[in-house]
Ligand binder design. Structure first.
Ligand code: SAM
Length: 232
């Protein structure tokens, strides 16, 4: 993958970026996504934020190599601290991390989201953490997508401001994905179900503490919820 030849996963993220926007890509190790967005005329200006020095330098090198330093600013910063008020950022993308880390990046930088209208995230796992963060912070899920690339299944969530309540099923599996119920979605949840059953069996064969007992109960509820969807 490079800035010209973007992965299907990042292309899917890019497909939700509206034309003429100013994007901050957080955790932008090679700055491939911002480079692609600017080169394809989808974004006028972009910020590439990266917290680790090595990946930050690699992002800087790629932006320079592509001749995009006047349109893309690369910043060494933790999470949304990469966004300054004068940037006029209206779209944030965060891809390729766990849902818990993405939601903590959003939570720790809520004040930097003032000018932001749309957040596009691609959690590798645990998308529920982002949907829960959205509900608690007055953002709603306006779209979702799922794809399989290199034997891995990825979800993309698009958030805009607004208040909506979701059922436990919608929080876990995604309100839009649940409605669409695509073959990849079914494959994902069949595989998640197998893993949950494996952990339940392991817990059932061990001495349970209060903590593992609570986990066991939670897994049984999740299993029931997934089975209900897969049967319907
Ligand atoms: N976004 C790219 C993608 O989807 O291909 C890179 C994903 S890479 C697995 C995750 C990147 O996020 C790493 O370079 C990591 O250093 C960076 N990262 C993790 N936590 C971060 C934070 N709090 N702020 C900025 N960058 C962060």
């Amino acid at each position: 993958m490079n800035a010209k030849n973007l992965s299907e996963r990042l292309r899917l993220v890019a497909s939700f970026v509206e034309a003429g926007t100013v994007v901050a890509d957080i955790g932008s190790d090679h700055a491939y996504l911002p480079c692609w967005l600017v080169q394809n005329g989808q974004t006028q200006r972009a910020i590439a934020g990266e917290v680790v020095k090595g990946p930050f330098e690699s992002a800087q090198r790629n932006v320079a190599k592509e001749g995009l330093t006047s349109q893309i600013t690369v910043r060494l910063a933790n999470g949304l601290q990469a966004i300054l008020p004068e940037d006029g950022v209206d779209t944030v993308t965060i891809a390729g991390m766990g849902g818990t880390l993405i939601s903590s990046i959003l939570e720790n930088g809520v004040e930097n989201l003032e000018s932001v209208r749309r957040i596009i995230v691609q959690p590798n796992i645990h998308a529920i953490a982002i949907r829960e963060w959205a509900v608690s912070n007055s953002w709603r899920v306006i779209d979702e997508a799922i794809l399989k690339e290199d034997h891995k299944i990825y979800e993309v969530l698009v958030l805009e401001r607004g208040n909506l309540a979701y059922s436990p099923k919608e929080l876990l599996m995604g309100p839009v994905l649940l409605k669409a119920c695509s073959p990849i979605f079914i494959e994902k949840w069949q595989s998640e179900l197998k893993e949950i059953e494996r952990v339940i069996t392991a817990l059932s064969n061990s001495v349970l503490t209060d903590e593992t007992q609570a986990k066991h109960l939670q897994l049984l509820q999740t299993k029931e919820l997934i089975e209900g969807v897969l049967k319907s």
